[in-house]
Write a protein that binds this ligand. Structure first.
Ligand SMILES: [Zn+2]
Length: 131
């Protein structure tokens, strides 16, 4: 998958947002993670609404995006937030940068946690109460 980019300079006049190069694999994983979280919740919902009649089911589908957020556990919601934040970062070209100190997050860390928001230093600072 080596894409050769010889003329990489974009004309500054064009404000077309370009996805950050080299993030395709992460994006794919992030999208998959998002799917998984949403799918998980949807399945729970489907089981609950199975007995409803057609019209009500249609209405339920329309509002499900909103309701989805309420169905999420704190943990799932946090993951979803982080995943979506990471996807936004890919679109704005800042993916892989620590949100706190703006240094590059180690590739090994991103491979393990593609939605990591902070570098390992900042994260450990946040994790330990003494800082
Ligand atoms: Zn940092």
């Amino acid at each position: 998958m080596a894409k050769k980019k010889t003329a990489a300079q974009e004309p500054p006049a064009k404000k077309r947002v370009k996805k950050q190069p080299g993030t395709q694999a992460y994006e794919k994983r992030l999208l998959q993670m998002r799917e998984d979280i949403i799918h998980l919740v949807r399945e729970n919902q489907d089981n609950e609404t199975e007995n409803e009649v057609g019209d009500e089911a249609d209405a339920a589908t329309k509002s499900s995006e909103r309701e989805l957020l309420f169905e999420l556990s704190d943990n799932e919601r946090q993951s979803l937030d982080a995943v979506e934040a990471a996807l936004r970062k890919i679109n704005t070209g800042v993916y892989g940068l620590c949100e706190s100190c703006r240094t590059k997050i180690a590739v090994a860390r991103l491979k393990a946690i593609p939605h990591a928001r902070y570098c390992i230093n900042c994260q450990s600072r946040f994790d330990s109460p003494r800082s």
